[in-house]
Design a protein around this ligand. Structure first.
Ligand code: SF4
Length: 511
């Protein structure tokens, strides 16, 4: 479908022929969106675009989310600002994709007629062609597919990180949680074949990655499409035999589909990390029923118990929604009770907000904002206390940290570097005087000397307390630096200050 609207002037003259078009992708939303954005970057680079300097892009792509609160306001606010930039920049194009585009396709074109291309979650691969057609036809191009034609992993990807990568094992979801828009936007679950997944993991490892995160809306039901209920456990075990792959993670499992064979595979596969992110959403069985989540709090806690029996030091994190319609003080108290028992290392906590198009938006008893806010504050205070207590237990232990490129603001002030422990805790560490400095992707082993709710600190007293293992991932990082600037990068100096982001999605702990 194409929609007529005043189109930007294409660049003209010899300069236009020499000019290599630049792009920027702005991502809102979940891990799946961040991963899709890597594919969008890969596609655009495959089509000859190059990454733009900040604020200087010929093509800006918004990869949108319909799950998060205010996603549409945020998008239109951003688009409004960009419209003014576009007016003064002939040839500039704006594209909108992702869940919100899938859901609100026509509204986007009506509200923001200066947008050049709108594409859905099932046809990311069409983006370069849509941009080209929009330029050629002087008309906005809108293309949304209702079902997946090409599995997204077959599209080229530009990974955010050379040392860590994500691999989609499935897309879509067969569940019908009443607060969630994913099933209607991403469709029924589609599983990739294990051979294809393992080939992609192997390719990442061959490229230098030592960490891989397997990604799906509900990884525990992986295999349902091709009739193998044990497929996810087998996939984890198969990852264990990939030489050079040091850290395997996955997200997200669903408690209802979590089976013991997965716990066994986690515990018995040397490179599957002692870490589990499993969404609780509510500790009240009544609210879970209203959410149409088919497990109950007892089952959830039972899974944690089994995981900890086999992996005593596993760090467990979760997602919780506060203020679901009809949630009583008693229901909320049940959530606090489960949180107290579960001892989560981290919790992503959300205040419920109506998502148009979801069954929960139609439920009576939507709670007043003030009630939700007050409960939210009580929940986060409790979780912060638990996180601080759990992190404090790490003081005195020794952790292996995979160094990441992005140093936090605090680390920059203190001169510490940062990374993730095997159980995914954020660790800020210092390098003793005279000791070798690691590159992103290298592994250091350091003693934890202090802790806070959201991070650990490791300040080795002497070089003897610090060990560095240079990894293939660090070598790959060196190569990527050399490729990007044309000068072979020195192995260590300045490594931690490069602007390559960590492969894991950087979700805020709460909002
Ligand atoms: S399991 Fe529920 S919350 Fe998760 S994607 Fe499926 S429907 Fe949404």
């Amino acid at each position: 479908m194409s929609v007529s609207r005043p189109a930007p002037e294409p660049p003209a003259g010899p300069e236009a022929q020499e000019h290599q078009r630049t792009y920027q992708v702005r991502t809102f939303g979940c891990q799946m969106n961040v991963h899709d954005s890597e594919r969008i970057s890969g596609l655009l680079e495959g089509a000859g675009y190059v990454p733009a300097e900040e604020g200087d892009a010929d093509v800006v792509v918004f990869n949108t989310c319909a799950v998060r609160e205010n996603a549409d306001n945020k998008l239109y606010g951003n688009l409004g600002q960009l419209a003014r930039v576009k007016e003064s920049r002939p040839g500039m194009q704006i594209a909108v994709g992702g869940c919100l585009a899938q859901k609100d396709r026509d509204t986007i074109v009506a509200k923001a007629p200066f947008v050049d291309a709108v594409f859905g979650t099932h046809n990311i691969g069409a983006l370069p062609a849509l941009l080209e057609r929009a330029r050629h036809n002087d008309a906005a191009q809108l293309e949304i597919l209702e079902s997946l034609e090409v599995f997204p992993s077959t599209l080229p990807t530009k990974r955010d990180s050379v040392y860590s990568g994500w691999v989609s094992i499935s897309v879509g979801c067969n569940n019908t949680c009443t607060f969630c828009i994913v099933p209607s936007l991403r469709g029924k679950e589609r599983d990739r074949r294990p051979g294809e997944i393992l080939a992609e993991v192997q390719a990442l490892v061959d490229d230098g990655a030592i960490e891989v995160t397997l990604l799906g809306q509900n990884v525990n039901s992986y295999g349902v499409e091709f009739g193998d209920r044990g497929a996810f456990a087998k996939l984890l075990r198969a990852c264990g035999s990939i030489e050079g792959l040091e850290r395997v993670r996955f997200t997200s499992p669903h408690p209802a589909a979590f089976t013991d064979d997965v716990i066994d595979a986690m515990a018995e596969t040397h490179n599957v990390m002692p870490q589990l992110h499993m969404p609780l959403q509510s500790g009240s069985d009544k609210v879970l029923k209203d959410m149409r989540r088919s497990y109950r709090s007892g089952k959830f806690l039972g899974i944690l118990e089994k995981v900890r029996r086999q992996m005593p030091h596993a760090a467990i994190s979760t997602d919780i929604i506060v203020g679901f319609p009809g949630e009583t003080e008693e229901d909320f108290q049940a959530t606090l009770d489960v949180v107290e028992q579960a001892r989560f290392a981290t919790a992503f906590t959300f205040q419920y907000s109506k998502r148009p198009g979801t069954p929960a938006a139609e439920l009576p008893d939507q709670l007043p904002k003030a009630v939700v806010q007050e409960r939210y504050e009580r929940l986060t205070a409790l979780q912060d206390r638990i996180a601080a207590e759990e992190n404090a237990k790490q003081v005195g232990t020794t952790v292996e940290v995979m160094v990441t490129a992005a140093a936090g603001r605090k680390s920059e002030e203190t001169g510490r570097l940062s990374g993730r422990s095997r159980d995914q805790r954020l660790v800020h560490f210092s390098v003793p005087d005279g000791a070798p400095v690691p590159r992103p992707g290298d592994l250091v082993t350091v003693p934890v000397t202090s802790a806070a709710a959201f991070h650990l600190v490791a300040d080795p007293a002497t070089p003897a307390d610090y060990s560095l293992r240079r990894s293939r991932a660090g070598d790959a990082w060196d190569r990527s630096q050399a490729d990007s600037c044309g000068v072979p990068a020195p192995a260590a100096e300045g490594a931690a200050r490069a602007g390559v982001s960590l492969g894991m999605p950087a979700l805020p702990p709460r909002r």
